[in-house]
Design a protein around this ligand. Sequence first.
Ligand code: SAM
Length: 315
Amino acid sequence: MPILLVFVYAFSALISLNLGSTEAERYVYESTMKQKMYNELKEINTRPEPFQFYTAEELWANEHTSKKMLEYHLSEDIDFSSRNKRFIERSVDWIVSHFAVFNDTKIADFGCGPGLYTTRIAGRGATVTGIDFSENSLNYARFVAEQKGLKINYIHTNYLDFETDKSFDLIMMIMCDFCALSPAQRRKMLSKFHSHSKQGGSVLLDVYSLNGFDQKEESSTYEPNQLNNFWSPDDYYCFVNAFKYEEEKVSLDKYTIIEESRTRVVYNWLQYFSRESLRKEFEENGFEVEDFYLNVAGDPFDSNSTEFALVARKL
Ligand SMILES: C[S@@+](CC[C@H](N)C(=O)[O-])C[C@H]1O[C@@H](n2cnc3c(N)ncnc32)[C@H](O)[C@@H]1O
């Protein structure tokens, strides 16, 4: 074969080989990406075990979301992170009269947020401790206390780890925070409430009812910058998967937040209770239930409501 022909053959073979490998590479790349996207969407839509992950700090205490939460706490007309101002005032009036709050009554508010209850109750003379892991909310609460000349003991910690040598006449956990805890965390919380209550001391808290569970629906939605940049000041894409766990009476709102440089998943769990199931948890932890109410303002219990409140006493 003349040498020139050899070169022509070799060159065309190289070209065809090269073209083939580029197409093959592109094919492999595209199918890998499709598979990756499919796997990610599958993961996003996957239902974890009830209370498998605890991400409450990312929801409440993250630098950005804690500022957004504070705005919700302080908006006086909406019942989002705190209830509306009129309700809180009515609730404080009821708490002061029902628990006979005097000057030396010692009260602890677990998950006190920006101090909407602690400030008002301390204003009635009680000695108040507020516990929260949102530094941003506590800074606001401390600022208000200073302005009003109130001495309130604010403690920045995860309330599941809170320790003190003090004991309290009344322990409160308001706005259904108890529902965000797993069964093991609730046992831990109730044991803490028990060890930090005076003999005959009370616990006041509110929870979601089984009506609330029935009204909850499963769904999966997607929205860019969901909740008006609640999750980040930068652009993000958010998938929200709502799951129900019939047997356990638990719901989950699972938020998958995809930003340019990171992906986060925030799990918002809720346990729903009947009066019997809540009573059982308290009785198993050394309390007796004094009464059930519609809410923490002492309105009469209503079996149609999506929430209810409990007052229990340490035995
Ligand atoms: C629904 S808000 C209620 C705030 C307040 N009780 C009210 O009704 O205005 C729940 C509060 O609990 C706090 N919180 C949630 N989980 C907590 C934890 N594990 N430890 C400490 N604080 C927590 C949040 O930061 C938030 O301030």
